[in-house]
Design a protein around this ligand. Structure first.
Ligand code: FES
Ligand code: FES
Length: 165
């Protein structure tokens, strides 16, 4: 198979890469561009750990060909923070103990971020629905849902976290 050159727009910057036509976006992000925040777990579209945004919508990077992403704006978990400053959502995950082993966290953050951009004040049912495609083996989900809810609408009495300061 012949290699091709493409440009991917990732986190606001163009990246020229040489790929095989059947390379997945996840492989290119991780192996060619050293953007290893997106995780590969199942590799077949089930777990959500590889979730990134393509033109603002969450997609499974393990099921997306890099070629398909050529004309899109790609955002990875590395694009959520502003330099060293975490986004409210990232800080809320930390403050609520929503990160344990952390393997699901990048995908959870990207799904939650997409939800909050579309619906800034989702109720619990909506949050759970938006995260239904992201599997977590550690947390039992309650703390993740609480973290997303708090990032959307900080509650004085929801916890003792820094996000409400
Ligand atoms: S690694 Fe992509 S959905 Fe599991
Ligand atoms: S924190 Fe371990 S899989 Fe979610």
């Amino acid at each position: 198979m012949e290699k091709i050159e493409i440009t991917l727009n990732i986190n606001g910057k163009p990246h020229e890469v040489t790929i095989y036509p059947n390379d997945t976006l996840l492989d290119v992000l991780r192996d060619k561009l050293d953007l290893t925040g997106s995780k590969e777990s199942c590799g077949e579209g089930v777990c959500g750990s590889c979730t990134v945004h393509m033109d603002g919508k969450p997609v499974r990077a393990c099921l997306t060909l890099a070629m398909e992403a050529q004309d899109a704006e790609i955002k990875t978990v590395e694009g959520l923070a502003n330099g060293d400053e975490l986004s409210n959502l990232q800080q809320s995950f930390i403050d609520h103990g929503a990160v344990q082993c952390g393997f699901c966290t990048p995908g959870m953050l990207m799904s939650a971020d997409a939800l909050l951009r579309e619906n800034p004040k989702p109720d619990e049912k909506t949050i759970r629905k938006a995260l239904a495609g992201n599997i977590c083996r550690c947390t039992g989900y309650a703390k993740i849902v609480q973290a997303v809810a708090h990032a959307a609408q900080p509650q004085d009495n929801c916890c003792d976290c820094k996000s409400k300061e």
